[in-house]
Design a protein around this ligand. Sequence first.
Ligand code: PXG
Length: 285
Amino acid sequence: MALQIYINGEFYDKADAKISVYDHGLLYGDGVFEGIRSYGGKVFRLAEHLNRLWESAKAIWLEIPISREEMTKAIQDTLAVNNITDGYIRVVVTRGVGSLGLDPNRCSDPQVIVIADRISLYPEELYQKGLKIVTVSVMRNHAAALSPRIKSLNYLNNILAKIEGLQAGCIEALMLNHKGEVAECTGDNIFLIRKGRLLTPPQEAGILEGITRDVVMDLAREIGVAVLEVPLTKHDIYIADECFLTGSAAEVVPVVTVDCRTIGDGAPGPITRELMSRFHALTRS
Ligand code: PXG
């Protein structure tokens, strides 16, 4: 059976799952989304993802046309109908069909889409050996223009950074903020270990407050590693003992090279490996 996609309460074959070309989600990137994982049939941190989705929607003045309970059921039904227990869930809410003008008041019917699919993970080798990343010239959106806390359909900022990273031969790219501080990667948050402490940019640096980021900070505290949310520079990364990224898709992935500087001794460090292992245990338990 073809993959079943949920749109506004109905299921469609993947090939027939379509929305209007007049949808402002397409015309203007006007909408919000979430990327969620399920492990062993259980949706990981669902409440947190729904909170963030509703907060993103509120920030763009978009009313999600169903309740959280209905959204939860839509997600569970989409997993069930596709027989997916370990997978990736994409929830999208668009502004809906409007006219060829920006005015969201002329849009009716926000579209609620739920896709559940198998995940395309980074190759296993990267988890063993670590990732190589570069800092790119594309600056993270200024929070006063478009807050990085909003997970909107307007991902061009990140896509432009991704292109620059890919052209440099890297599958993830590091973005700085307007002050030149470290913000985050295109779809992942960044962490450093220095002298036994875990460091990561604060929300004020202009980042998406990742749900995996929160989980990993809790895991670090559990093993007695101090966690500091502090402004970081490229220099802090270059002299770090360890570095890793977090995201729903990537989970916890070690970084061993940044801008051609070897981090630590060039292999995933002990605290990174411990956090990877605890994250794995938490999600696969
Ligand atoms: N920063 C940004 C900019 C993100 O888009 C994260 C951090 C990590 O957040 P979570 O809550 O997942 O820990 C994200 C989310 C993908 C994909 O398919 C990943 C994201 C967004 C869109 C697509 O890899 N990451």
